[in-house]
Write a new protein. Sequence first.
Lengths: 505, 505
Amino acid sequence: MNALTTMMLLPILGSLLIAVIPSDQVLRIKQAALAVTLLVAVTGVLTWFNFDSADTAFQFVQSVEWIPSFGINYAVGVDGLSLVLILMSVLLTPIVVLAGWNESEGGRWSAKVFYILILVLETMMIGVFAATDVFLFYVIFEAMLIPVYFLIGGYGSGDRAAAAVKFLLYSLFGGLLMLASIIGLYVISGANGGHTFDIAKLSEMHNYMSSTTQNLLFLGFFIAFAIKAPLWPLHTWLPDAASSGTPGTSVLLLGVLDKVGTFGMIRFCLTLFPDASRTFTPVIITLAVISIIYGAFLAIGATDIKRLIAYTSISHFGFITMGIFAMTTQGHSGAMLYMFNHGFSTAALFIVAGWMASRRGSTKIADFGGLQRITPVMAWSFFIAGMSSLALPGLSSFVSEFLVLVGTFTRYPVAAVIATFGIVLAALYILIPVQKALHGPTTPGNENLPDLNIREKIAIAPVMAVIIALGFYPAPLLNVINPTSAHILEVQGFTDPLPSDSAGK
Amino acid sequence: MEFIAPSLNYAQLAPMLIVLAGALIGVLIEAFAPRASRFSSQLFITLFALVASLAALFQVRNQSSVDAAMGSVAFDGAGVLFQASILIIAVLAVFLIADQENFTALAASVPGSDEEREAVQADLRVTEVFPLTLFAVAGMLLFPVASDLITLFVALEMLSLPLYLMAGLSRRRRLMSQEAALKYFLLGAFASAFFLLGIAYLFGYSGSITLAGIQESVVGGAGNDVFLLLGVAFISVGLLFKVGAVPFHAWSPDVYQGAPTAITGFMAAATKVAAFGAILRIFYVSFANAEWQWRPAMVIIAIITMVFGSVVAITQRDVKRMMAYSSIAHAGFLLAGVIALSKSGLEASIFYLFAYGVATVGAFGIVTLVRDSAGEVGDLNRWSGLGKRSPLLASAFAFFLLAFAGIPLTSGFIGKFSIFSAAYESGSTSILIAGVLSSAIAAFFYIRVIVLMFFKDSVEDGTSVIIPSALTTITITVSSVLTLILGIYPAPLIDFIATTATFIR
């Protein structure tokens, strides 16, 4: 059976298994969820090893007719980009389950519903990256909003219902714009060789469009992805959603779901509408730079630790978007690697912040102090995650941020230079909370906080390992990413700028 | 003068004749059967007639002829599909009507009178609602297959008159129910007058009352175009009134709210299929070649209807009024199928009508179950916390709302996708954009209800969900399963519609 389909089926079967476990056996349910997600992770790693990184075509392809009269297929397949993101998703899910072992309690509904939602979401996370049929992608893209909506609204904290609705309405609005564009593509494909949603065939349709049509269809896709990613000024839903969700939900939301936005920019915006992508590049690069700086300033001013992490993500997504639309192989490779690394560094930050918050009963940075002495392991975990977030050399994010900046500089030096200030600001927004919460005198209320227990240590260890290992040796990922990024750019005729004569002098 | 016996194709007319026979037997039962046995025998006769009619329709599903009844009835694939949809929806609705708690004890008694009190104490039943339903169904079956304007008018009155009566049968808030019935009757009579005027003009234009004859005149272009224009306009007023398109929608919120909920569900679903069936036939068969005369106006009406329905629905506080405005918005979406004026537009409309009708009956079935001591609770604020009290029903209602909103994996999404792509394919970009934007607005109020049910705490005011009767359970279950299946695997139905749906001239 197809590896991708198997990976998508496993969590669904797991959710059925959980559905038959009686609701009061909470421990059983958690164990089952952990076992299933671990199994999926193992399948994901095996798929990774079976992937031929030299081959730039889609691999593990499967295509079954779904709605033949509309030319819709259930078609899946992965290239380097989607493989990396699927690997990230399946690795993060068991970590989320283990790290947030108790976060399903105290929700509106039972733990059972929580883990069913998580598992259904995992299926969709794999599917959304694996889909090579635009209609299938759209169906999953929209359908995955529903589990997240209930995860935030049912198990979150604070004004969770409002945050969930804001998230859903923003995303639905973007999704409907994308639907209009998809209908446009569908109709154009019908007039030029028969109705299809196959991404490979659709990527030739730009030859049959007027530039106005192409620009409009591009915008339909891009706005949807810019809301997802999120890019300034469409980001306002993210801080609310991320701070209201449980830490685990926020990890999946920021770490995986938002990547669908940047993934979509590469897979759909660039591939389907190359000319329009070129036309809009200056605008998008500008928005990306604004996101980098604006997100950083918001993060510096944040008093709530979960909101702070959300704001840093806005800045990081600015980097990713900038790397994508620089249209250079280095920028692209950097952006793809950044997506993976951001997933892990944000996961680490959110998981540790979640533990801090549940121990202290507060998410205010001002309520913490001197954690380094009381809870050294937790404090060090937060410190390393923070350092990864500010792209300290030797940690994973450094490589990707550096590649993005170098890749952007060759084409848009001004943007790259301004974006570099984002790194300086990153040092501020990470070091300020580190100083306030971890160092200094122990403030009242923090004296008796317990350090990480064994389960929490096991949960955070792999994340730390990935962050450090990829910082020193990113080659395994880059070997898969580089051919893909070169291929994606080459197919639609994007070329790297030639080194000018002055280079190196 | 020699008398020519009419030649009728009884096999093709059988579906209608069986329903009419059932209705007549129902009248006889009302007249002669003892009161105690009426309910069960009426229910049996009604269901038997509907199922037998469906079976008779199945026998002749592949036939087509213009001469089913001396040129007055066109029997073709599209007609079969409309009739089958109406019959299936009617069966589901009769299951709801069978729950007589919704209906007044004695329709003829003055509200608040001693007579009414005695009737309630004697536990009388309005079993006459069953033959009325069958008469309405017979009219609805005739409406989309009528191929001359006189038959069309007869069918229109045949389906409308019973509905006027049925709208006034509510058990509670009887004055409101009777007001609704009167409003519906007066405005309906007004619309019928317009319709007749349209017939007169079209007869004046073409010298013919058959759809085929009018089409010949339109193609020949010999007649006076002013008459054609007036005829199309007036006939459209009559038809658009029935589907509740803006600006002919004023009756629908009041009638939806005032009528017994089971009747509202029947009316909302089945009338829409019948009326759109007739609209599609008239415009596709007779006026297709005069599209420059009616299409611009129809585009404007469609856009206004979508936007108005979606926007006004946001402010509604009563679930039935909200559904009324939602159905206005859906009428706008369905007009996109008329405007498309293509085979794919016809197919999409039929799929949309069936999917929408089934989901509507199911949703109203759930509305009948939310009650307090004074009857049904329409006030949406009192629906809050429903997800806690009866998670299954609340989930089903949420699922129907998601279908109305057109979220993927529900039938509503496939319908929306196919109807908008058909409209865009025939060049109506404005419809596509307006449709997508009003879908986004509509999503807002559907989601608000979901928030109320799941994320708000319940109010302790005696609102409760009664245990549904077996028949109501069947309706809700069948509707939700169909909505899900048509969302996940619609290919068989779409293919069947594609091979069957044609209009014979």
